[in-house]
Design a binder for this molecule. Sequence first.
Ligand code: PRT
Ligand code: ZN
Length: 210
Amino acid sequence: MKTLKIAIQKSGRLNEKSVEILKNCGLSFENYKSSLISTVTNFPLEILFLRDDDIPEYVQDGIADLGIVGENVIVETKAEVDYLQKLGFGKCTLKIAVQATSNIQKLEELNGKAIATSYPVILEKFLQEKGIKSDIRTISGSVEIGPGLGLSDAIFDIVSTGGTLKSNGLKPFADVMQSEAVLIGNKSIAENPEVAELLQRIRSVLSAKS
Ligand code: PRT
Ligand code: ZN
């Protein structure tokens, strides 16, 4: 029997719920904070704890067979993986936002404007579909401070409650993508019986919750 590997976020917003869903599937393992790998004692599975950004590529390349990650990260990394199951947590919307005082009304008004983001691939695709050419400025974090400092005219970022936008003097302008955590699989593992077993357990945990 092959020992499967599943990659989950090491720390961050998806870690706790990812661990919880695996435990609710009846899997026994230590949730090591210091180690990068944990062995499940009652199922042929190892858990790899990674940065979320690395998970789609690890699964695409077969270093991990399965992964739990936000859909936004899968799309952004352009990884070729199978979407096996939406997991119902980590829900958020990726939005373009502008200054609360801005008079900007239509998407076309973003032509020629600077938009700061950590998600240039998703933003570029959206703007291309709408026929808009903006100046996409990729920065790795704290994009919300850009407009206030005059670094950008708009931002494109993840929003859940909207509190961060508000406290930075911004308002939502356009919704681009909905996201939630999903279970992904390497393209070659679809027929694996242990994957089928795990998927069935995850689905029954999810349906017991709803
Ligand atoms: O260290 P690592 O690289 O693994 O983690 P990370 O810092 O890149 O990601 P992390 O843990 O912040 O988020 C992991 C995933 O959670 C994201 O890829 C999304 O799929 C999902 N998610 C859900 C969110 C949010 N909600 C969210 N609110 N990710 C980020 N945020 C940020 C948002 O950008 C904003 O700056 O949280 C801030 C607060 O949001 P509001 O609207 O509630 O104020
Ligand atoms: Zn990350």
